[in-house]
Design a protein around this ligand. Sequence first.
Ligand code: ASC
Length: 150
Amino acid sequence: MKSIASFALAAAVCAFAAPASAQFAKPEDAVKYRQSALFVMAQHFGRIGAMANGRVPYDAKAAVDNAEVVADMAKLPWAGFGAGTDKISKAAKPEIWTEQAKFKEHNEKLVGETAKLLAAAKTNNLDNLKSAFGATAGTCKACHDAFRNI
Ligand code: ASC
């Protein structure tokens, strides 16, 4: 009986557990998580930028590989901006928490633009990559202008 009860409890805990994205041991971990996702995204976005700007030769496969990471990373940082994480990093403006709907719109715009960037990379066409890179970079900048101090 005990094992059945334990199993039932474990199943209930799994069923009602918060999504993985919402689980952080402490606020500092949430900040580290969001900064890490943004850092990894910037590394891979920068590699696409180098191709889009002609600093390195265009490599269609590398563009897709990098765009996949960018599109995946773009979904992650936002869970790290929860309650209690507003005073830890000076880069994050208070407006993130006082204008949450607007911040969410920017987050969703980035997810959409990075999905388009991946689709553009998959066309194996440098012009498509360039224009999607520009649109995505503009989305990064718009959010930084509104919500980032440095
Ligand atoms: C990058 C990067 C950003 C954005 C931004 C676009 O490569 O690291 O934060 O592009 O500079 O304006």
